[in-house]
Every structure is written in structure tokens, then in C-alpha cells.
Design a protein around this ligand. Structure first.
Ligand SMILES: Cc1cc2nc3c(=O)[nH]c(=O)nc-3n(C[C@H](O)[C@H](O)[C@H](O)COP(=O)(O)OP(=O)(O)OC[C@H]3O[C@@H](n4cnc5c(N)ncnc54)[C@H](O)[C@@H]3O)c2cc1C
Length: 97
């Protein structure tokens, strides 16, 4: 049996980011990261590096983007989180002051 201080399930961007941050905050803990496949098989590997955000407020709006995102999420998304991501998205890219 393997014993560890903290087990992180999921190997790629979310799992490794969390594992790195917790390892920095809690150097006393042994952190183990486990994945069900390998690093070659993940959404992170297939991501194309794009950022979808509202750029043109004459043609687009936060409301439209929020509605589209909730439809794409098929009822699985937390509406409050979608609202935060959509409204803070443009500023996060550095293109809006
Ligand atoms: C084709 C494609 C294009 C994309 N393009 C973009 C883009 O342009 N811009 C953008 O921002 N996002 C994009 N995305 C979305 C982005 O890839 C994901 O939001 C992001 O990579 C998710 O990261 P993650 O670490 O949460 O999940 P993942 O990268 O999916 O990693 C999850 C890990 O958890 C493991 N796992 C799952 N279940 C278990 C379990 N029960 N036990 C152990 N391990 C488990 C998996 O094996 C995997 O290693 C795209 C996605 C796809 C598929």
C-alpha cells in the first residue's frame, strides 16, 4: 500500500498547478499526483491556446457570452463562476484596461 500526505487526482493543468501550489505552501506534505491514463491523454494536450472573450461590445455582450457558455455547459456549469470568467476574461488577456 502506498501512503502519501496528499493525493491529487488528475495530472495536467489543474492537477499539477494545484500540486505545485500546495507543495510550496506545505513542504511538510508528500504530494502524489495520480492520473487514470498518461500525460498524452488529456484535454490540456488538445487545447489550442485560444481565449474566448467579449472583444467588441457593439456586436457582443457579456450576457450573450454567458448564455452561450451555459448552453455549451449543458447544465453542468456553476452560473456564478461562468459570470466571473466571462466578465473578467477580457481584462485577464491584458487587452482591456
Ligand atoms: C480540442 C480541445 C481544444 C481546446 N481548446 C482550448 C482553448 O483554445 N483554450 C482554452 O482555454 N481551453 C481549451 N480547451 C479546454 C482545455 O483544454 C481544458 O479546459 C483544460 O485543459 C482542462 O484542464 P484540466 O487539468 O482540468 O483537465 P485535463 O487536461 O482533462 O486533465 C484531467 C486529468 O485528470 C485525469 N483523470 C480524470 N479522471 C480521473 C480519475 N477518476 N482518476 C485519476 N485521474 C483522472 C485525466 O486522465 C487527465 O490526466 C480545449 C479542449 C479541447 C478538448
Amino acid at each position: 500500500m502506498v501512503k502519501t500526505g496528499l493525493l491529487v487526482l488528475g495530472f495536467v493543468i489543474a492537477g499539477l498547478t494545484f500540486a505545485l501550489k500546495i507543495a510550496q505552501q506545505r513542504p511538510d506534505l508528500q504530494v502524489t499526483v495520480l492520473t487514470k491514463t498518461n500525460e498524452e491523454e488529456s484535454n490540456t494536450r488538445y487545447a489550442q491556446g485560444g481565449v474566448a472573450a467579449v472583444w467588441n461590445f457593439e456586436k457582443d455582450s457579456y450576457d450573450k457570452h454567458i448564455k452561450d457558455t451555459l448552453i455549451a455547459g449543458d447544465g453542468l456549469f456553476d452560473e456564478k463562476i461562468v459570470e466571473i470568467v466571462v466578465t473578467e476574461g477580457p481584462a485577464g488577456t491584458g487587452s482591456v484596461n
